[in-house]
Design a protein. Structure first.
Length: 372
């Protein structure tokens, strides 16, 4: 028996999102039907809307969904109807990356997340009798209900029963990426300096995680004073407004031996290259900001090799969601990851307003609340 739902349909950058009636397929053996309560708005959603990521449109987007399990397939054992869950990216579970618990680098990431259907080509959503592009990040959570998968659905621990879904939802992508980059990908060591370039949701997630890791100093670099003030509140020991493009000199003065870690969320070549130039021996520059296809980076080879410096591309913070999302929830409940300070909620039918707030920088993390 199929499920009737409402979804925000993305038609591209020239048209606003439109909330329309849809029908969802029944969950298959390894799938989960979730009643969506809240869903974060992420810049990846904006990138798809603008077709910087080639997900076919029109489509149901949304990939930071949180809600309550309504129905599970026969092969799903880790969640049951009534459980509260967070959803994230999907993965195949059987490629060389998945085999070593690195699902963000799944060899089959594209068909499992971005083709508008299940990986086998079958649709999960319909309008009338016509298939509709969905299964975005294995969920498509800009909707009142979503079909997700055992692999990308994490149960909220009983210890977090008091946390609202609007607080939990944003952990599924951007914040997880920033925190995971620090705690997992780069494995930041206590007492070593880190600079974070760009203080949106991903960068602020990294700053909170750097404080957890014991990095020192923690340097936030941005061009917006309001974001830098928030970075200071969340754990940055120093902030630099780079409007005058003097960040390199200021960081060198703070860290004459070089940075242990640099984390770029901007995707701007010049910034990444400057960050590399600031590294100490064995320093790492981690990159999550998506540059345009074809953009190139230039590094001095002798510094790259001679000091054992590393340039690391990072997806999803190397997160295995079933282990890392509960870890982030524990950090939040202990006061170490106060990401709720970044959130502003919007009713589902104000999705276009929420997108504008996120794009303009007015709000770090817009979160949509579905009608009850």
């Amino acid at each position: 028996m199929t499920t009737q739902a409402q979804a925000a349909i993305c038609y591209g950058s020239e048209k606003p999102f439109s909330i329309e009636d849809i029908r969802l397929d029944d969950p298959r053996d390894d799938e989960v039907l979730v009643r969506i309560v809240a869903c974060g708005v992420c810049h990846t959603d904006m990138a798809v809307r603008d077709q910087h990521i080639p997900v076919p449109l029109p489509a149901i987007l949304g990939h930071e969904g949180a809600g309550v399990v309504e129905k599970v397939g026969s092969a799903v054992t880790h969640v049951k109807p009534g459980d509260r869950v967070i959803m994230s990216f999907d993965s195949c579970g059987h490629c060389p990356s998945c085999d070593i618990h690195k699902p963000t680098y799944c060899y089959n990431f594209f068909p499992y997340n971005w083709i508008g259907t299940r990986a086998d080509g079958s649709p999960t959503a319909y309008q009338g009798g016509t298939p509709l592009n969905a299964n975005f990040f294995g969920q498509s959570s800009f909707a009142t209900y979503a079909i997700a998968h055992a692999s990308n659905t994490a149960r909220v621990p009983d210890s977090a029963a008091h946390l609202s879904m609007e607080t939990l939802a944003p952990l599924g992508c951007g914040l997880m990426t920033g925190a995971g980059a620090v705690l997992r990908s780069m494995a930041v060591r206590k007492g070593l300096p880190i600079a974070v370039f760009g203080t949106g949701a991903v960068g602020l997630g990294a700053i909170m995680a750097a404080k957890i890791a014991g990095a020192n100093p923690i340097i936030a670099v941005d061009i917006h004073d309001s974001r830098l003030a928030l970075a200071k509140e969340l754990g940055a020991t120093h902030t630099i407004n780079d409007k005058s493009q003097n960040a390199v000199d200021e960081i060198r003065a703070l860290c004459p031996q070089g940075l242990g870690y640099a984390f770029d969320t901007t995707g701007i070549n010049k910034i990444i290259e400057q960050a590399f130039s600031l590294l100490a021996p064995l320093g790492i520059v981690g990159i999550v900001g998506a540059s345009a296809p074809g953009d190139m980076l230039t590094f001095d080879e002798s510094n790259f090799m001679g000091g054992g410096r590393r340039v690391m591309g990072i997806l999803g913070g190397d997160s295995d969601i079933h282990g890392f999302l509960p870890e982030l929830i524990e950090h939040h409940m202990a006061g170490r990851f106060p990401h709720d300070k970044l959130i502003k909620t919007y009713p589902f039918d104000a999705i276009n307003e929420a997108f504008h707030a996120g794009e303009s920088g007015e709000v770090v993390k817009p979160v949509l609340l579905m009608p009850s």
